[in-house]
Design a protein around this ligand. Structure first.
Ligand code: HAM
Length: 435
């Protein structure tokens, strides 16, 4: 019988990769906290209705959701993005009630999309995202964009371009949609089947088409900037002026419309410039959503946010080779030379681990040579050796692997000889004998 394999488009994280994933989460969380965000953890599945309002013509909703009936015949969807769940929670828990000011959340977790797996594109991936709810302000948009930039800087990532656009308020968008419809009507024959359908329902989505995107009728389509009303134009100008003050390099990209329908006014993406298949992929993407909270039956409060693709961050840090030095070695390896010493080793390991050291030992009755090999593989800084004579003298042999020195020390003085910071403040220093 064939053995089981992971589902296509998913990944296992173990060893160093698991450490890397946690590191990315830590940096993103710390930077976000310095910007005043606090964490929100929502379930990974929701009622399907939470997501259907993201756009009845967006690829995510029409083709990519993992939706199923649970045993109670409720339609459930594994979250295909993080914004709608946070909005649902914001409304359900009335988080707006405590606070006339801003509500700022960040989240980290798995996201599910039935997409064709390829470089940087998975069916289960992780997003780190932020969402802010409260009064609309161009300065806030700039601050949110800056917080994403601060994460990129903190991780040390190079060669990223910020692309930004405004898709205007509802009035501007409606005018633009009408102009697009008029333009595209003449090209119906040349369009893919999906775009033909989009023409009536949501012509903006045609600009996002993964099949027709480089056809002339899309490249030469009317541009949103010519359809922004005065309010939207002014708002966008204020956002750009704000960015100018920070000297963040950006490009205004009038074709940037984003794949989800909830955006209004500011939209942006941090794009990867690279000489491989990651080139032009978005590392992070987001924007302002003026009406999503209201559309999900909440109060009339606008929001803005973004999400990073964590696997894309991981891939970039690998490629640019800018990981910090992860300490993946054990502090102490305990070698035991006979059966009785093995139990003593286990007792000592338990004691040292309680004090915060990473301790490993041999459980298998390996001979000395194999125990040295094992400790080598584990990269141990120190080796402790217990045998019959050490036990009789209440001593232990301590080997400093880097310095290549070895001394015998009294067991109740052992901690004095182990130079680990976390041992210095403990009251248990000489308590091993009584432990
Ligand atoms: P999104 O553009 O659909 O936006 O996804 C955000 C990021 O998730 C992308 O820029 C990319 O880095 C990553 N990503 C998307 N799909 C995949 C995939 N299949 N495999 C790996 N990474 C992927 C959103 O999800 C919005 N909720 C962002 C947002 C937050 N807007 C406002 N607030």
């Amino acid at each position: 019988m064939a053995s089981f394999q992971k589902i296509k488009g998913t990944q296992d994280f173990y060893g160093l990769d698991a450490v890397k994933l946690k590191y990315i989460e830590k940096v993103c969380s710390e930077v976000s906290e310095s910007f005043g965000f606090s964490e929100m953890i929502t379930p990974i599945f929701e009622s399907t209705g939470v997501f259907t309002r993201l756009g009845d013509e967006s690829d995510i909703v029409t083709k990519e959701m993992y939706t199923f009936l649970d045993r109670g015949k409720r339609s459930i969807t594994l979250r295909p993005e993080g914004t709608a769940p946070v909005v649902r929670s914001f409304i359900e828990n009335k988080l707006y009630a405590n606070n006339n000011d801003l509500s700022k959340y960040y989240y980290f977790g798995p996201i599910f999309r039935y997409e064709r797996p390829q470089a940087g594109r998975y069916r289960q991936f992780h997003q780190f995202g932020v969402e802010v709810f409260g009064k609309s302000s161009a300065l806030l948009d700039v601050d949110v964009i800056l917080s994403g930039f601060a994460i990129i800087e903190k991780l040390g990532i190079k060669n990223i371009t910020l692309k930004i656009n405004s898709i205007g308020d509802l009035e501007s968008r409606t005018n633009y949609a009408n102009a697009l419809k008029k333009h595209f009507d003449g090209f119906k024959e040349e369009m893919c089947i999906d775009c033909q359908r989009r023409l009536d329902k949501n012509p903006l989505r045609i600009l996002d088409c993964k099949i027709d995107y480089d056809k002339d009728f899309i490249v030469n389509a009317p541009k949103i900037k010519d359809y922004l009303n005065e309010d939207s134009k002014q708002y966008f100008n204020e956002v750009l002026q704000g960015l100018d003050a920070f000297k963040i390099p950006y490009e205004v990209d009038y074709n940037l419309v984003r794949g989800l329908d909830y955006y209004t006014d500011t939209v942006f993406e941090y794009i990867i410039n690279s000489d491989d298949e990651f080139n032009n992929l978005a590392l992070c993407a987001g924007g302002k959503y003026g009406h999503l909270v209201k559309d999900l039956n909440g109060p009339d409060i606008p929001g803005i946010g973004y999400a990073f693709g964590v696997e894309r961050i991981l891939g970039l840090l690998d490629k640019q080779n800018i990981w910090p030095d992860f300490k993946n070695n054990v502090d102490v390896f305990i070698m035991s030379l006979d059966e009785v010493s093995k139990l003593e080793a286990l007792r000592l390991a338990f004691f040292l681990r309680k004090l915060g050291l990473v301790v490993e030992m041999d459980y298998k009755n390996y001979n000395m040579k194999n125990q040295f090999k094992l400790s080598d593989r584990l990269n141990a800084d120190y080796i402790l050796i217990i045998g019959e004579s050490e036990r009789q003298n209440q001593e232990i042999s301590l080997k400093d692997v880097k310095q290549r020195t070895q001394i015998n020390v009294k067991i109740n003085e052992l901690l004095k000889h182990l130079p680990f910071e976390n041992l210095r403040n403990t009251e248990e220093i000489f308590n091993y004998e009584n432990s």
